[in-house]
Design a protein. Structure first.
Length: 297
């Protein structure tokens, strides 16, 4: 279940209309209430399924490091439809259509992005709103709901570069505290060996905690988690000077190493090479969420 089709990714040959219609009907059966009513065309029923982009993105960050092919939260049916569309475009083998957004699906989606002319972070295998919408419309298999857009990648917070979505999350977390969140490192900063590539993309920041008390540090971690960051307090015992490291769950510009930290966070680990248990006291852990879900309350 790890091989792509032999068809070159840059020159895909779409399946027949009859094949697409049959796959659409199969996909619609997997999501239930999210299915858009079928539109009859001749002797076939064409069903466009509503795919929740938020759930797909969470799965794309949590699933790849998993052992096995288990699905995440309620994302499985939504991921499966996206995989069926990749199969329809000959970027993914039919045997890998399983609702698990693993490394095979990452590679297939990256090939789809590259076929559209994307490079770098824009071809990282994590769906962006434009490429996902086009995949759905080109195959006729799905429409996109709850789209995530990170906005400008050259926005800033306290003079540090972040994208607009990350900036808004930081503003919301800061508003929960009586002290200020000050960044020591922003996003899109390459060439820092101590960051292990996590800051190369979007959604990742480090927070200066030098002027905070121990309790304030943990309260800041909790505030950041509450708005959708995977956040940890880094400590000298871990080999760091005190600071908070945070990843914006669901950021479409996130680098591969940072995505794997979201997987660790989801499973209560520390996001470091040791993959040890999260050192956050239970009173400050919060629940796994992301920005758009937080805003809905």
């Amino acid at each position: 279940m790890t091989s792509l089709t032999s068809q070159p990714s840059g020159t895909p040959h779409p399946r027949s209309r009859r094949w697409l219609l049959r796959r659409a009907i199969m996909a619609a059966g997997g999501i239930g209430a999210a299915t858009v009513p079928a539109v009859l065309s001749g002797n076939a029923a064409q069903a466009a399924t509503a795919v929740d982009m938020e759930l797909v993105l969470v799965a794309a960050m949590v699933d790849p490091p998993k052992s096995g092919t288990g699905t995440t939260l309620t994302a499985g049916p939504h991921v499966r439809v996206v995989e069926q569309a990749l199969d329809a475009k000959n970027f993914l083998a039919a045997g890998s259509v399983d609702g698990h957004y693993g490394t095979t699906t990452i590679s297939a989606y990256s090939a789809w992005q590259k076929s559209l002319g994307y490079t770098g972070l824009d071809a990282n295998g994590i769906p962006g709103p434009t490429s996902l919408t086009k995949l759905g419309s080109d195959t006729g298999l799905f429409t996109v709901t709850r789209a995530i857009n990170v906005g400008s990648s050259t926005d800033s917070y306290g003079g540090r570069r972040v994208n607009t979505r990350t900036k808004n999350m930081l503003v919301a977390a800061d508003a929960m505290l009586s002290w200020s969140i000050t960044l020591s490192q922003g996003s899109y900063t390459t060439g820092n060996p101590s960051s292990a590539g996590t800051h190369d993309g979007g959604g990742v920041v480090d927070v200066n905690v030098g002027s905070m008390t121990a309790t304030q540090r943990w309260q800041t971690v909790k505030a950041m988690r509450d708005v959708g960051f995977a956040a940890w307090l880094r400590t000298p015992e871990q080999g760091f000077s005190y600071h908070i490291h945070a990843n914006a769950v669901g950021d479409t510009d996130m680098s591969g190493p940072a995505q794997r930290q979201v997987h660790d966070y989801f499973f209560g680990k520390n996001g470091l090479a040791s993959h040890a248990a999260d050192n956050t006291p239970s009173a400050y852990r919060g629940t796994f969420t992301w920005w758009e879900k937080y805003k809905r309350g």
